[in-house]
Design a protein. Sequence first.
Length: 236
Amino acid sequence: MIYKLVNSKRIIGKIYDEYNIDYSGFISRVPNWIFSALGKMHIHMGYLSKTVDGTVTDYKALIPDECKILLGVSYLGYRLPRVDKINEAVSDDMPTLVHDEYKYELDNEGYIITTFEECDEGDLKFYIKYFPLELDTVTNLYFPLIPEDENLFTALQWYVLLMLIQRGHKVGELSLKINNEFLNPGMAWNIHKRKAKNSVNRFDLDEREKYSKMMRTFLQDYNYYTQDAFNYKITE
């Protein structure tokens, strides 16, 4: 589903409109909290695709900072297999040829480790998914652009409120000790994050038709080869 992307700063406005908060120091943390919440909900619909050039030095290449999902890596026009992963993501922008010798794996420090020692800039390419950012001139902060979806707005609002309560800030009558989903941000977050995930990640009509065609094609091919197998006889 293709969504209109809007500035996530509106979450701050919703909180100020609904709650009596006289504290503004949390605003600088909101972009990171939103990124964290989107990751916990596995919301990917707002991601955009991008190809970024990289270099290799001493068998290591730094993954782009803006990368949220690494789809793949290519070198000299070949798609590199990932050593520690069998089923890799694919992108229409990635080369179709796979090199048997050149490979890569991930480390835990934001790098990939390659089987070749070095390469010039442009020979190595990262195929990534990233969240677009927009600079807010009032706060001088970069806020992620998010899909325009009311369920998502509500879930993100409750997550920000949860972060505030966990840090000891008083927000109206909200409390993590109350057994009420309308007053307990923890309970509300658990409920609304599922609604947001289902709402934003659901297929629209075009996507359902696309996958329907894929399944029909698969089933036709499957039946063809299954029938062929039944007709096959072993001869002595």
